[in-house]
Write a protein that binds this ligand. Structure first.
Ligand code: M6R
Length: 614
Protein backbone atom coordinates (compact mmCIF):
# COMPACT_ATOMS: atom_id res chain seq x y z
CA UNK A 1 0.00 0.00 0.00
CA UNK A 2 2.47 2.50 -1.29
CA UNK A 3 2.64 4.89 -4.20
CA UNK A 4 5.11 4.47 -7.02
CA UNK A 5 6.06 6.85 -9.82
CA UNK A 6 8.50 6.64 -12.71
CA UNK A 7 9.64 8.76 -15.64
CA UNK A 8 11.84 8.36 -18.68
CA UNK A 9 12.05 10.98 -21.43
CA UNK A 10 13.66 14.31 -22.26
CA UNK A 11 12.59 16.38 -19.27
CA UNK A 12 14.17 16.54 -15.83
CA UNK A 13 12.68 13.58 -14.02
CA UNK A 14 12.91 14.90 -10.45
CA UNK A 15 10.11 17.54 -10.49
CA UNK A 16 7.78 15.11 -12.24
CA UNK A 17 8.53 12.40 -9.70
CA UNK A 18 8.05 14.68 -6.67
CA UNK A 19 4.77 16.05 -7.97
CA UNK A 20 3.64 12.52 -8.70
CA UNK A 21 4.53 11.36 -5.19
CA UNK A 22 2.47 14.20 -3.72
CA UNK A 23 -0.54 13.04 -5.71
CA UNK A 24 0.01 9.51 -4.41
CA UNK A 25 0.66 10.39 -0.76
CA UNK A 26 -2.87 9.23 -0.03
CA UNK A 27 -1.51 5.69 -0.46
CA UNK A 28 1.02 6.05 2.36
CA UNK A 29 3.30 8.67 3.85
CA UNK A 30 5.66 6.96 6.31
CA UNK A 31 8.72 7.62 4.19
CA UNK A 32 9.60 8.69 0.68
CA UNK A 33 12.47 8.28 -1.74
CA UNK A 34 13.69 8.83 -5.25
CA UNK A 35 16.29 7.24 -7.53
CA UNK A 36 17.73 9.10 -10.53
CA UNK A 37 20.35 8.20 -13.09
CA UNK A 38 22.18 11.51 -13.24
CA UNK A 39 23.61 13.31 -16.23
CA UNK A 40 26.98 11.88 -15.11
CA UNK A 41 25.52 8.33 -15.20
CA UNK A 42 25.51 7.94 -11.41
CA UNK A 43 22.58 6.10 -9.83
CA UNK A 44 21.62 8.42 -6.96
CA UNK A 45 19.15 7.27 -4.32
CA UNK A 46 17.78 9.77 -1.76
CA UNK A 47 15.28 8.73 0.90
CA UNK A 48 13.92 9.94 4.20
CA UNK A 49 11.47 9.04 6.90
CA UNK A 50 8.28 11.10 6.73
CA UNK A 51 6.39 12.87 4.00
CA UNK A 52 7.39 13.89 0.50
CA UNK A 53 7.97 17.46 1.71
CA UNK A 54 10.69 16.09 4.01
CA UNK A 55 12.30 14.34 1.06
CA UNK A 56 12.33 17.65 -0.82
CA UNK A 57 14.17 19.32 2.07
CA UNK A 58 16.59 16.40 2.27
CA UNK A 59 17.59 16.57 -1.41
CA UNK A 60 17.88 20.38 -1.47
CA UNK A 61 21.66 20.37 -1.94
CA UNK A 62 21.96 17.07 -3.82
CA UNK A 63 22.46 16.21 -7.49
CA UNK A 64 18.95 15.82 -8.86
CA UNK A 65 19.87 15.82 -12.53
CA UNK A 66 18.67 13.09 -14.83
CA UNK A 67 15.92 12.34 -17.29
CA UNK A 68 15.16 8.90 -15.90
CA UNK A 69 14.01 8.11 -12.39
CA UNK A 70 11.67 6.27 -10.03
CA UNK A 71 10.15 7.37 -6.72
CA UNK A 72 8.16 5.93 -3.86
CA UNK A 73 5.95 6.95 -0.95
CA UNK A 74 5.60 4.21 1.65
CA UNK A 75 3.05 2.75 4.02
CA UNK A 76 5.12 0.43 6.17
CA UNK A 77 4.42 -3.31 6.16
CA UNK A 78 7.80 -5.04 6.68
CA UNK A 79 10.04 -2.90 8.89
CA UNK A 80 9.35 0.33 10.74
CA UNK A 81 9.28 3.66 8.92
CA UNK A 82 12.97 4.65 8.69
CA UNK A 83 15.41 5.89 6.06
CA UNK A 84 16.87 2.36 5.77
CA UNK A 85 13.48 0.81 5.12
CA UNK A 86 12.37 3.56 2.74
CA UNK A 87 12.41 2.84 -1.00
CA UNK A 88 14.15 2.82 -3.48
CA UNK A 89 16.43 -0.02 -2.42
CA UNK A 90 19.84 -0.53 -3.97
CA UNK A 91 21.13 -3.93 -4.95
CA UNK A 92 24.42 -5.04 -3.31
CA UNK A 93 26.63 -3.45 -5.93
CA UNK A 94 24.41 -0.32 -6.03
CA UNK A 95 23.99 -0.92 -9.75
CA UNK A 96 20.21 -1.46 -9.49
CA UNK A 97 17.54 0.50 -7.63
CA UNK A 98 14.00 -0.78 -7.11
CA UNK A 99 10.67 0.49 -5.74
CA UNK A 100 7.83 -1.79 -4.73
CA UNK A 101 4.19 -1.66 -3.70
CA UNK A 102 2.85 -4.93 -2.28
CA UNK A 103 4.16 -7.79 -0.16
CA UNK A 104 6.63 -10.51 -1.10
CA UNK A 105 5.19 -13.32 1.00
CA UNK A 106 8.11 -15.74 0.58
CA UNK A 107 10.75 -13.07 1.24
CA UNK A 108 12.19 -14.93 4.25
CA UNK A 109 13.02 -18.04 2.18
CA UNK A 110 14.52 -15.95 -0.60
CA UNK A 111 16.50 -13.89 1.89
CA UNK A 112 17.99 -16.97 3.51
CA UNK A 113 19.02 -18.29 0.10
CA UNK A 114 20.73 -15.00 -0.75
CA UNK A 115 22.39 -14.76 2.68
CA UNK A 116 23.84 -18.24 2.18
CA UNK A 117 25.46 -16.87 -0.97
CA UNK A 118 27.04 -14.00 0.94
CA UNK A 119 24.46 -11.25 0.38
CA UNK A 120 23.94 -8.82 3.24
CA UNK A 121 20.90 -6.62 3.83
CA UNK A 122 20.63 -3.04 5.00
CA UNK A 123 16.87 -2.99 5.67
CA UNK A 124 14.20 -5.23 7.17
CA UNK A 125 12.03 -4.99 4.07
CA UNK A 126 10.81 -7.69 1.73
CA UNK A 127 11.61 -5.32 -1.14
CA UNK A 128 15.38 -5.35 -0.65
CA UNK A 129 15.24 -9.13 -1.07
CA UNK A 130 13.74 -8.69 -4.52
CA UNK A 131 16.35 -6.24 -5.80
CA UNK A 132 19.16 -8.44 -4.50
CA UNK A 133 17.58 -11.47 -6.13
CA UNK A 134 17.38 -9.67 -9.47
CA UNK A 135 21.04 -8.69 -9.29
CA UNK A 136 22.07 -12.19 -8.21
CA UNK A 137 20.26 -13.72 -11.19
CA UNK A 138 21.61 -11.10 -13.57
CA UNK A 139 25.20 -11.71 -12.45
CA UNK A 140 24.97 -15.47 -12.26
CA UNK A 141 23.48 -15.88 -15.72
CA UNK A 142 24.95 -12.83 -17.40
CA UNK A 143 21.57 -11.73 -18.71
CA UNK A 144 19.92 -8.34 -19.19
CA UNK A 145 17.69 -6.63 -16.63
CA UNK A 146 14.41 -7.66 -18.25
CA UNK A 147 15.34 -11.34 -18.28
CA UNK A 148 16.56 -11.16 -14.68
CA UNK A 149 13.33 -9.47 -13.54
CA UNK A 150 11.28 -12.15 -15.29
CA UNK A 151 13.20 -14.97 -13.61
CA UNK A 152 13.10 -13.27 -10.21
CA UNK A 153 9.36 -12.64 -10.37
CA UNK A 154 8.80 -16.30 -11.24
CA UNK A 155 10.28 -17.12 -7.82
CA UNK A 156 8.18 -14.58 -5.97
CA UNK A 157 4.95 -15.37 -4.12
CA UNK A 158 2.88 -12.34 -3.24
CA UNK A 159 1.82 -8.99 -4.61
CA UNK A 160 3.94 -6.46 -6.39
CA UNK A 161 4.03 -3.38 -8.51
CA UNK A 162 7.70 -2.64 -9.10
CA UNK A 163 9.96 -0.40 -11.13
CA UNK A 164 13.69 -1.00 -11.55
CA UNK A 165 16.59 1.12 -12.82
CA UNK A 166 19.95 -0.21 -13.97
CA UNK A 167 22.83 2.33 -13.76
CA UNK A 168 24.58 0.61 -16.66
CA UNK A 169 21.52 0.90 -18.91
CA UNK A 170 20.21 4.44 -18.44
CA UNK A 171 17.77 4.17 -21.34
CA UNK A 172 15.25 1.80 -19.82
CA UNK A 173 12.85 1.40 -16.90
CA UNK A 174 11.47 -2.08 -16.26
CA UNK A 175 8.13 -2.20 -14.42
CA UNK A 176 5.88 -5.12 -13.49
CA UNK A 177 2.74 -5.86 -11.56
CA UNK A 178 0.78 -8.61 -9.86
CA UNK A 179 -2.17 -7.81 -7.57
CA UNK A 180 -0.97 -4.21 -7.08
CA UNK A 181 -1.93 -1.58 -9.65
CA UNK A 182 0.37 0.02 -12.21
CA UNK A 183 -0.42 2.45 -15.02
CA UNK A 184 1.88 3.51 -17.86
CA UNK A 185 1.39 6.97 -19.38
CA UNK A 186 2.46 7.44 -22.98
CA UNK A 187 3.68 10.90 -24.01
CA UNK A 188 5.76 12.25 -26.92
CA UNK A 189 9.09 10.43 -26.62
CA UNK A 190 8.47 9.89 -22.93
CA UNK A 191 6.83 7.43 -20.57
CA UNK A 192 5.32 7.88 -17.14
CA UNK A 193 4.58 5.23 -14.61
CA UNK A 194 2.39 5.37 -11.51
CA UNK A 195 0.16 3.45 -9.11
CA UNK A 196 -2.82 5.31 -10.55
CA UNK A 197 -3.34 7.85 -13.31
CA UNK A 198 -3.30 10.95 -11.09
CA UNK A 199 0.45 11.71 -11.42
CA UNK A 200 0.20 11.19 -15.18
CA UNK A 201 -2.81 13.24 -16.34
CA UNK A 202 -0.90 16.51 -16.21
CA UNK A 203 1.31 15.27 -19.06
CA UNK A 204 -0.75 12.86 -21.13
CA UNK A 205 -4.22 11.32 -21.20
CA UNK A 206 -3.01 8.16 -22.98
CA UNK A 207 -2.53 5.31 -20.55
CA UNK A 208 -2.16 1.56 -20.42
CA UNK A 209 -3.26 -0.35 -17.31
CA UNK A 210 -0.89 -3.29 -16.88
CA UNK A 211 -2.62 -6.63 -16.40
CA UNK A 212 -1.63 -9.37 -13.94
CA UNK A 213 1.98 -10.54 -14.26
CA UNK A 214 2.74 -8.16 -17.10
CA UNK A 215 6.07 -6.39 -17.45
CA UNK A 216 6.40 -3.03 -19.17
CA UNK A 217 9.63 -2.11 -20.93
CA UNK A 218 9.91 1.68 -21.12
CA UNK A 219 12.83 2.35 -23.43
CA UNK A 220 13.85 5.70 -24.88
CA UNK A 221 13.11 6.01 -28.58
CA UNK A 222 11.04 2.84 -28.74
CA UNK A 223 7.32 2.16 -28.45
CA UNK A 224 5.91 0.67 -25.26
CA UNK A 225 6.56 -3.05 -25.06
CA UNK A 226 4.67 -5.33 -22.69
CA UNK A 227 5.68 -8.93 -22.07
CA UNK A 228 4.75 -11.59 -19.56
CA UNK A 229 7.00 -13.45 -17.15
CA UNK A 230 7.88 -15.90 -19.94
CA UNK A 231 8.79 -13.12 -22.37
CA UNK A 232 5.72 -13.58 -24.56
CA UNK A 233 4.66 -10.20 -25.93
CA UNK A 234 1.24 -9.04 -24.69
CA UNK A 235 -1.34 -7.03 -26.60
CA UNK A 236 -2.25 -3.81 -24.83
CA UNK A 237 -5.00 -1.31 -25.18
CA UNK A 238 -4.21 2.41 -24.95
CA UNK A 239 -7.01 4.09 -23.03
CA UNK A 240 -7.89 7.76 -22.63
CA UNK A 241 -8.32 8.97 -19.05
CA UNK A 242 -10.92 11.60 -18.36
CA UNK A 243 -9.38 13.14 -15.22
CA UNK A 244 -8.60 16.83 -15.14
CA UNK A 245 -6.06 18.64 -12.97
CA UNK A 246 -8.63 20.73 -11.10
CA UNK A 247 -10.07 17.51 -9.72
CA UNK A 248 -6.71 16.68 -8.16
CA UNK A 249 -6.08 19.98 -6.40
CA UNK A 250 -7.58 21.62 -3.32
CA UNK A 251 -9.19 24.47 -5.25
CA UNK A 252 -8.93 27.00 -2.41
CA UNK A 253 -10.09 24.67 0.38
CA UNK A 254 -7.72 24.14 3.33
CA UNK A 255 -8.05 20.37 3.05
CA UNK A 256 -9.09 17.82 0.43
CA UNK A 257 -11.59 16.42 2.91
CA UNK A 258 -13.50 19.72 3.14
CA UNK A 259 -13.36 20.15 -0.62
CA UNK A 260 -14.72 16.65 -1.08
CA UNK A 261 -17.51 17.22 1.47
CA UNK A 262 -18.51 20.36 -0.45
CA UNK A 263 -18.35 18.58 -3.80
CA UNK A 264 -21.10 16.16 -2.83
CA UNK A 265 -24.08 17.98 -4.39
CA UNK A 266 -22.29 18.09 -7.75
CA UNK A 267 -20.91 14.57 -7.37
CA UNK A 268 -24.34 13.13 -6.73
CA UNK A 269 -25.66 14.95 -9.81
CA UNK A 270 -22.79 13.48 -11.85
CA UNK A 271 -23.51 10.07 -10.40
CA UNK A 272 -27.17 10.27 -11.49
CA UNK A 273 -26.47 11.89 -14.87
CA UNK A 274 -27.78 9.79 -17.74
CA UNK A 275 -29.23 7.30 -15.28
CA UNK A 276 -32.32 9.26 -14.21
CA UNK A 277 -34.32 10.53 -17.18
CA UNK A 278 -35.03 14.24 -17.69
CA UNK A 279 -38.68 13.85 -16.69
CA UNK A 280 -37.56 12.27 -13.39
CA UNK A 281 -39.83 9.33 -13.99
CA UNK A 282 -37.34 6.57 -14.55
CA UNK A 283 -33.96 5.40 -13.39
CA UNK A 284 -31.83 2.91 -15.28
CA UNK A 285 -28.47 1.44 -14.40
CA UNK A 286 -27.52 -0.08 -17.72
CA UNK A 287 -25.55 -2.95 -16.18
CA UNK A 288 -28.68 -4.05 -14.31
CA UNK A 289 -30.71 -4.13 -17.51
CA UNK A 290 -27.94 -5.91 -19.43
CA UNK A 291 -27.76 -8.68 -16.82
CA UNK A 292 -31.31 -8.63 -15.49
CA UNK A 293 -32.02 -12.34 -16.09
CA UNK A 294 -28.91 -13.33 -14.15
CA UNK A 295 -29.63 -10.87 -11.35
CA UNK A 296 -33.29 -11.75 -11.02
CA UNK A 297 -32.51 -15.46 -10.98
CA UNK A 298 -30.36 -15.02 -7.85
CA UNK A 299 -31.57 -16.56 -4.61
CA UNK A 300 -29.70 -13.95 -2.58
CA UNK A 301 -27.23 -11.10 -2.82
CA UNK A 302 -24.07 -10.90 -0.74
CA UNK A 303 -22.33 -7.53 -0.47
CA UNK A 304 -18.60 -7.51 0.35
CA UNK A 305 -16.68 -4.37 1.29
CA UNK A 306 -14.44 -2.78 3.93
CA UNK A 307 -14.60 0.36 6.07
CA UNK A 308 -16.84 3.12 4.80
CA UNK A 309 -17.81 1.03 1.77
CA UNK A 310 -19.06 -1.62 4.22
CA UNK A 311 -21.28 1.02 5.83
CA UNK A 312 -22.69 1.87 2.40
CA UNK A 313 -23.30 -1.86 1.94
CA UNK A 314 -25.48 -1.93 5.09
CA UNK A 315 -27.64 0.78 3.54
CA UNK A 316 -27.65 -1.14 0.25
CA UNK A 317 -28.99 -4.21 2.06
CA UNK A 318 -31.96 -2.25 3.37
CA UNK A 319 -32.61 -0.67 -0.03
CA UNK A 320 -32.49 -3.96 -1.96
CA UNK A 321 -34.52 -5.89 0.61
CA UNK A 322 -37.11 -3.10 0.84
CA UNK A 323 -37.57 -2.51 -2.88
CA UNK A 324 -36.65 -5.86 -4.45
CA UNK A 325 -37.60 -8.34 -1.72
CA UNK A 326 -34.36 -10.24 -2.32
CA UNK A 327 -32.43 -11.40 0.78
CA UNK A 328 -29.12 -9.60 1.18
CA UNK A 329 -26.16 -10.41 3.41
CA UNK A 330 -23.40 -7.93 4.12
CA UNK A 331 -19.91 -9.26 4.82
CA UNK A 332 -16.57 -7.74 5.72
CA UNK A 333 -14.48 -8.76 2.73
CA UNK A 334 -11.60 -9.68 5.05
CA UNK A 335 -13.80 -12.19 6.93
CA UNK A 336 -15.57 -13.54 3.88
CA UNK A 337 -12.37 -14.43 2.05
CA UNK A 338 -11.02 -16.63 4.84
CA UNK A 339 -14.04 -18.47 6.16
CA UNK A 340 -14.95 -20.85 3.35
CA UNK A 341 -18.30 -19.11 2.73
CA UNK A 342 -21.30 -20.95 1.31
CA UNK A 343 -21.48 -19.21 -2.03
CA UNK A 344 -22.28 -20.45 -5.51
CA UNK A 345 -23.97 -19.93 -8.82
CA UNK A 346 -27.30 -18.92 -7.25
CA UNK A 347 -25.68 -15.90 -5.63
CA UNK A 348 -24.91 -12.41 -6.80
CA UNK A 349 -21.97 -10.82 -5.02
CA UNK A 350 -21.78 -7.04 -5.01
CA UNK A 351 -18.29 -5.67 -4.29
CA UNK A 352 -18.16 -2.05 -3.16
CA UNK A 353 -14.88 -0.15 -3.17
CA UNK A 354 -13.95 3.47 -3.73
CA UNK A 355 -10.41 2.71 -4.82
CA UNK A 356 -11.19 -0.56 -6.56
CA UNK A 357 -7.86 -1.78 -5.15
CA UNK A 358 -8.67 -2.92 -1.60
CA UNK A 359 -6.86 -6.25 -1.31
CA UNK A 360 -9.48 -7.97 0.87
CA UNK A 361 -12.37 -6.91 -1.36
CA UNK A 362 -10.50 -8.01 -4.46
CA UNK A 363 -9.72 -11.39 -2.88
CA UNK A 364 -13.38 -11.80 -1.88
CA UNK A 365 -14.37 -11.12 -5.49
CA UNK A 366 -11.92 -13.72 -6.79
CA UNK A 367 -13.13 -16.30 -4.27
CA UNK A 368 -16.81 -15.74 -5.07
CA UNK A 369 -16.07 -15.83 -8.80
CA UNK A 370 -14.19 -19.09 -8.48
CA UNK A 371 -17.30 -20.59 -6.87
CA UNK A 372 -19.58 -19.53 -9.72
CA UNK A 373 -21.21 -16.43 -8.22
CA UNK A 374 -22.06 -13.51 -10.49
CA UNK A 375 -20.02 -10.45 -9.46
CA UNK A 376 -21.23 -6.86 -9.67
CA UNK A 377 -18.80 -4.07 -8.80
CA UNK A 378 -19.58 -0.61 -7.44
CA UNK A 379 -16.38 1.41 -7.64
CA UNK A 380 -15.10 4.93 -8.11
CA UNK A 381 -11.63 4.55 -9.56
CA UNK A 382 -12.09 3.84 -13.25
CA UNK A 383 -10.01 0.98 -14.63
CA UNK A 384 -8.89 -0.20 -11.18
CA UNK A 385 -8.51 -3.87 -10.26
CA UNK A 386 -11.97 -4.63 -8.84
CA UNK A 387 -13.97 -3.32 -11.84
CA UNK A 388 -11.67 -5.37 -14.04
CA UNK A 389 -12.24 -8.51 -11.97
CA UNK A 390 -16.05 -8.29 -11.87
CA UNK A 391 -18.58 -9.49 -14.46
CA UNK A 392 -20.22 -6.09 -14.64
CA UNK A 393 -20.95 -3.11 -12.44
CA UNK A 394 -21.51 0.61 -12.09
CA UNK A 395 -19.08 3.40 -11.42
CA UNK A 396 -20.11 6.02 -8.88
CA UNK A 397 -18.48 8.84 -10.90
CA UNK A 398 -17.71 11.15 -7.99
CA UNK A 399 -14.19 12.03 -9.18
CA UNK A 400 -10.91 11.35 -7.40
CA UNK A 401 -11.18 11.19 -3.63
CA UNK A 402 -7.84 12.25 -2.13
CA UNK A 403 -8.62 12.75 1.59
CA UNK A 404 -8.00 9.50 3.45
CA UNK A 405 -11.38 9.83 5.15
CA UNK A 406 -13.97 8.76 2.62
CA UNK A 407 -16.80 11.28 2.16
CA UNK A 408 -18.15 11.77 -1.34
CA UNK A 409 -17.46 8.14 -2.21
CA UNK A 410 -19.86 7.08 0.55
CA UNK A 411 -22.73 9.24 -0.70
CA UNK A 412 -21.90 8.17 -4.28
CA UNK A 413 -22.05 4.51 -3.27
CA UNK A 414 -25.39 5.01 -1.50
CA UNK A 415 -26.73 6.82 -4.58
CA UNK A 416 -25.71 3.98 -6.90
CA UNK A 417 -27.16 1.40 -4.50
CA UNK A 418 -30.43 3.35 -4.49
CA UNK A 419 -30.51 3.42 -8.30
CA UNK A 420 -29.57 -0.26 -8.42
CA UNK A 421 -32.41 -1.21 -6.06
CA UNK A 422 -34.91 0.93 -7.98
CA UNK A 423 -33.87 -0.38 -11.41
CA UNK A 424 -34.01 -3.97 -10.28
CA UNK A 425 -37.27 -3.51 -8.37
CA UNK A 426 -38.96 -2.13 -11.46
CA UNK A 427 -37.73 -5.09 -13.52
CA UNK A 428 -38.96 -7.46 -10.83
CA UNK A 429 -42.21 -5.53 -10.37
CA UNK A 430 -41.64 -5.62 -6.64
CA UNK A 431 -42.19 -1.89 -6.13
CA UNK A 432 -45.44 -0.06 -6.76
CA UNK A 433 -45.36 2.74 -9.29
CA UNK A 434 -46.24 5.47 -6.80
CA UNK A 435 -43.35 4.60 -4.48
CA UNK A 436 -40.98 4.20 -7.40
CA UNK A 437 -41.83 7.65 -8.77
CA UNK A 438 -41.73 9.33 -5.36
CA UNK A 439 -38.28 7.86 -4.67
CA UNK A 440 -36.84 8.81 -8.08
CA UNK A 441 -38.19 12.35 -7.77
CA UNK A 442 -36.87 12.78 -4.26
CA UNK A 443 -33.48 11.34 -5.26
CA UNK A 444 -33.30 14.05 -7.88
CA UNK A 445 -33.91 16.70 -5.20
CA UNK A 446 -31.12 15.40 -2.92
CA UNK A 447 -28.26 17.51 -4.40
CA UNK A 448 -30.18 20.73 -3.66
CA UNK A 449 -30.96 19.53 -0.16
CA UNK A 450 -27.28 18.68 0.35
CA UNK A 451 -26.47 22.29 -0.53
CA UNK A 452 -28.82 23.41 2.24
CA UNK A 453 -27.05 21.12 4.71
CA UNK A 454 -23.64 22.52 3.76
CA UNK A 455 -24.84 25.98 4.81
CA UNK A 456 -24.66 24.64 8.38
CA UNK A 457 -20.88 24.45 8.16
CA UNK A 458 -20.22 27.46 10.41
CA UNK A 459 -22.71 26.28 13.04
CA UNK A 460 -21.10 22.84 13.09
CA UNK A 461 -17.61 24.39 13.28
CA UNK A 462 -18.73 26.24 16.44
CA UNK A 463 -20.24 23.07 17.87
CA UNK A 464 -17.01 21.20 17.22
CA UNK A 465 -15.11 23.60 19.48
CA UNK A 466 -17.21 22.48 22.45
CA UNK A 467 -16.37 18.82 21.90
CA UNK A 468 -12.74 19.05 20.87
CA UNK A 469 -11.57 17.78 24.24
CA UNK A 470 -13.99 14.85 24.53
CA UNK A 471 -12.30 11.46 24.92
CA UNK A 472 -15.25 9.38 23.75
CA UNK A 473 -18.31 9.76 21.55
CA UNK A 474 -21.35 7.59 20.94
CA UNK A 475 -23.32 7.74 17.68
CA UNK A 476 -26.83 6.31 17.54
CA UNK A 477 -29.31 5.61 14.76
CA UNK A 478 -31.97 3.09 13.79
CA UNK A 479 -32.98 1.56 10.47
CA UNK A 480 -31.36 3.46 7.61
CA UNK A 481 -29.71 5.74 10.19
CA UNK A 482 -27.79 2.96 11.94
CA UNK A 483 -25.09 2.64 9.22
CA UNK A 484 -24.89 6.45 9.22
CA UNK A 485 -24.12 6.31 12.96
CA UNK A 486 -21.33 3.81 12.23
CA UNK A 487 -19.98 6.03 9.49
CA UNK A 488 -20.13 9.16 11.68
CA UNK A 489 -18.16 7.37 14.40
CA UNK A 490 -15.58 6.08 11.91
CA UNK A 491 -15.06 9.58 10.47
CA UNK A 492 -14.46 11.04 13.92
CA UNK A 493 -12.06 8.36 15.11
CA UNK A 494 -9.95 8.15 11.98
CA UNK A 495 -9.17 11.87 11.71
CA UNK A 496 -9.44 13.19 15.29
CA UNK A 497 -8.26 10.02 17.15
CA UNK A 498 -11.20 10.35 19.56
CA UNK A 499 -12.67 7.02 20.51
CA UNK A 500 -16.15 6.76 19.00
CA UNK A 501 -18.71 3.95 18.77
CA UNK A 502 -21.70 3.66 16.48
CA UNK A 503 -24.69 1.68 17.80
CA UNK A 504 -28.25 0.87 16.84
CA UNK A 505 -30.05 3.27 19.22
CA UNK A 506 -32.12 0.55 20.90
CA UNK A 507 -29.04 -1.55 21.66
CA UNK A 508 -27.86 1.09 24.14
CA UNK A 509 -29.82 -0.36 26.98
CA UNK A 510 -28.19 -3.76 26.48
CA UNK A 511 -24.85 -2.52 27.73
CA UNK A 512 -23.35 0.64 26.25
CA UNK A 513 -25.63 2.93 28.25
CA UNK A 514 -23.34 2.16 31.19
CA UNK A 515 -20.81 4.46 29.51
CA UNK A 516 -23.11 7.47 29.57
CA UNK A 517 -22.30 10.24 32.05
CA UNK A 518 -22.10 14.03 31.97
CA UNK A 519 -18.88 13.81 29.94
CA UNK A 520 -20.28 11.66 27.16
CA UNK A 521 -21.38 13.33 23.91
CA UNK A 522 -24.05 11.21 22.21
CA UNK A 523 -24.86 12.05 18.60
CA UNK A 524 -28.35 10.81 17.71
CA UNK A 525 -29.80 10.69 14.21
CA UNK A 526 -33.40 11.53 15.02
CA UNK A 527 -34.96 12.77 11.81
CA UNK A 528 -38.69 12.26 11.24
CA UNK A 529 -39.56 8.79 10.05
CA UNK A 530 -41.45 5.68 11.20
CA UNK A 531 -39.00 5.10 14.06
CA UNK A 532 -39.04 8.69 15.31
CA UNK A 533 -40.97 7.99 18.52
CA UNK A 534 -38.69 5.07 19.35
CA UNK A 535 -35.57 7.19 18.87
CA UNK A 536 -37.16 9.88 21.02
CA UNK A 537 -37.43 7.34 23.85
CA UNK A 538 -33.77 6.41 23.35
CA UNK A 539 -32.82 10.09 23.68
CA UNK A 540 -34.82 10.34 26.89
CA UNK A 541 -32.95 7.34 28.28
CA UNK A 542 -29.64 9.11 27.61
CA UNK A 543 -30.79 12.41 29.06
CA UNK A 544 -31.97 10.59 32.19
CA UNK A 545 -28.29 9.56 32.62
CA UNK A 546 -27.11 13.15 31.97
CA UNK A 547 -25.44 12.40 28.63
CA UNK A 548 -24.89 15.34 26.25
CA UNK A 549 -27.19 14.80 23.27
CA UNK A 550 -26.41 16.29 19.87
CA UNK A 551 -29.47 15.44 17.76
CA UNK A 552 -29.85 15.56 13.99
CA UNK A 553 -33.51 16.44 13.48
CA UNK A 554 -35.83 17.36 10.64
CA UNK A 555 -36.42 21.09 10.08
CA UNK A 556 -39.23 22.37 12.29
CA UNK A 557 -38.89 19.63 14.91
CA UNK A 558 -40.15 21.06 18.18
CA UNK A 559 -40.09 17.95 20.35
CA UNK A 560 -36.48 16.82 20.40
CA UNK A 561 -35.20 20.41 20.47
CA UNK A 562 -36.66 20.66 23.98
CA UNK A 563 -34.79 17.60 25.22
CA UNK A 564 -31.50 17.52 23.34
CA UNK A 565 -28.56 19.74 24.31
CA UNK A 566 -27.98 20.72 20.69
CA UNK A 567 -30.07 20.19 17.56
CA UNK A 568 -28.92 20.32 13.97
CA UNK A 569 -31.96 20.88 11.74
CA UNK A 570 -31.86 19.18 8.35
CA UNK A 571 -34.08 19.29 5.26
CA UNK A 572 -36.83 16.69 5.20
CA UNK A 573 -36.56 13.72 2.88
CA UNK A 574 -37.91 10.18 2.63
CA UNK A 575 -36.49 7.63 5.04
CA UNK A 576 -34.50 5.54 2.56
CA UNK A 577 -32.69 8.66 1.27
CA UNK A 578 -32.06 10.14 4.71
CA UNK A 579 -28.44 8.81 4.82
CA UNK A 580 -27.63 11.11 1.89
CA UNK A 581 -28.61 14.07 4.09
CA UNK A 582 -27.66 13.02 7.63
CA UNK A 583 -24.14 11.88 6.71
CA UNK A 584 -23.03 15.39 5.74
CA UNK A 585 -23.25 17.09 9.17
CA UNK A 586 -21.41 14.11 10.68
CA UNK A 587 -18.60 14.49 8.12
CA UNK A 588 -18.41 18.21 8.96
CA UNK A 589 -18.44 17.55 12.71
CA UNK A 590 -15.55 15.08 12.42
CA UNK A 591 -13.68 17.46 10.14
CA UNK A 592 -13.98 20.48 12.45
CA UNK A 593 -13.14 18.53 15.60
CA UNK A 594 -9.98 17.25 13.88
CA UNK A 595 -9.07 20.76 12.70
CA UNK A 596 -9.61 22.14 16.24
CA UNK A 597 -7.28 19.45 17.54
CA UNK A 598 -4.66 20.40 14.96
CA UNK A 599 -4.69 16.99 13.32
CA UNK A 600 -3.54 16.20 9.80
CA UNK A 601 -7.03 15.80 8.38
CA UNK A 602 -6.12 14.52 4.93
CA UNK A 603 -3.38 12.17 6.07
CA UNK A 604 -4.26 10.78 9.50
CA UNK A 605 -1.63 8.74 11.31
CA UNK A 606 -1.22 5.03 10.57
CA UNK A 607 -3.68 5.11 7.68
CA UNK A 608 -3.52 5.05 3.91
CA UNK A 609 -6.23 5.72 1.40
CA UNK A 610 -5.99 2.51 -0.46
CA UNK A 611 -5.41 -0.67 1.54
CA UNK A 612 -3.74 -2.92 -0.99
CA UNK A 613 -2.36 -5.32 1.63
CA UNK A 614 -4.42 -7.69 3.74
O1 M6R B 1 -11.29 1.89 -1.43
P1 M6R B 1 -12.27 1.14 -0.54
O2 M6R B 1 -13.63 1.74 -0.57
O3 M6R B 1 -12.29 -0.32 -0.82
O4 M6R B 1 -11.68 1.34 0.92
C1 M6R B 1 -12.26 0.73 2.02
C2 M6R B 1 -11.77 1.32 3.31
O5 M6R B 1 -10.38 1.18 3.43
C3 M6R B 1 -12.10 2.81 3.43
O6 M6R B 1 -13.47 3.04 3.28
C4 M6R B 1 -11.65 3.35 4.81
O7 M6R B 1 -12.41 2.78 5.82
C5 M6R B 1 -11.73 4.87 4.84
N1 M6R B 1 -10.54 5.40 5.45
C6 M6R B 1 -12.87 5.39 5.63
O8 M6R B 1 -12.92 6.78 5.65
Amino acid sequence: MCGIVGYIGKRNAYPILIKGLKRLEYRGYDSAGVALISDQQALNVYKTKGKVSELETFVAEKDISGTIGIAHTRWATHGEPSPANAHPHYSSSARLALIHNGIIENYAVLKEKLQSKGYTFKSSTDTEVLVQLIEYIQDKRNIDLLAAVQLALREVIGAYAIAVLDRDHPDVVIAARKSSPLVVGIGEDEFFLASDATPIVEYTDKVVYLAEEEIAVLRRGEPLKIVNLHNVECEHEIQTVALNLGQLEKGGYPHFMLKEIYEQPDCIRDCMRGRINVENTNVVLSAIIDYKERLLAAKRFVIVACGTSWHAALIGKQLIETFCRIPVEVEYASEFRYRDPVIGSNDVVIAISQSGETADTLAAVELAKSRGAFIYGICNSVGSSIPRATHTGSYIHVGPEIGVASTKAFTGQVTVLTMLALTLAREKRSIDEERFLATVQELNRIPDKMKEVLKLNDTIAELAKIFTYAHNFIYLGRGFAYPVALEGALKLKEISYIHAEGYPAAEMKHGPIALVDTEMPVVVIATRNDLYEKVLSNIQEIKARKGKVIALVTEGDTVISKIADTCIELPETIECLDPLITTLPLQLLAYHVAVCKGMNVDQPRNLAKSVTVE
